[in-house]
Ligand binder design. Structure first.
Ligand SMILES: [Zn+2]
Length: 156
């Protein structure tokens, strides 16, 4: 259910393949190695995705909407282990990948333009992307338990 561009960015993240400031500072392209979003820690994959307060705000805000705790270490594995239905797991994984994508976009905006959009507004953008994607990919048949959850999170 994830958008291809979100999946691709996630693949880069999971393979530590994003060009972050720790590497840019190492090859002397950047003067410092601090996170572009918070300026509080070295910008490495683990910080950007799991520790930075900006990315945590996106995951927590999106998780609140989905009534699902998606702000966890090893989020994809944690979601896969949940006793949730397949559709809920797919939506939550798509939401995590959308958050990671938006973290990367905001990080690039911060590096190039020096500005970051407020997390609440980014969560609204993520929600809009997930809603659109769900309506493109939604299954024809939804069990009553999933229907209740989907109604509660305003997806149907
Ligand atoms: Zn940070």
């Amino acid at each position: 259910m994830a958008l291809p561009k979100h999946s691709f960015t996630a693949w880069l993240i999971l393979n530590n393949a994003l060009m972050l400031k720790d590497q840019l500072a190492h090859i002397q392209i950047s003067q410092d190695d601090l996170c572009c979003l918070c300026q509080l820690a070295t910008e490495i994959h683990k910080h950007l995705i799991e520790e930075c307060h900006f990315s945590k705000s996106l995951l927590q805000g999106t998780g609140l909407w989905l009534e699902s705790d998606i702000d966890q270490k090893n989020a994809l594995i944690a979601i896969a282990r949940k006793r949730w239905s397949a559709i809920r797991k797919k939506l939550c994984i798509a939401a995590v990948l959308a958050c990671w994508y938006m973290v990367w976009m905001q990080r690039n905006g911060a590096r190039i333009h020096g500005s970051v959009t407020r997390p609440e507004l980014v969560v609204q953008q993520i929600r809009s992307m997930i809603v659109s994607r769900f309506h493109e990919c939604k299954p024809r048949v939804v069990c009553p338990k999933d229907r209740i959850w989907l109604c509660k999170v305003h997806l149907i």
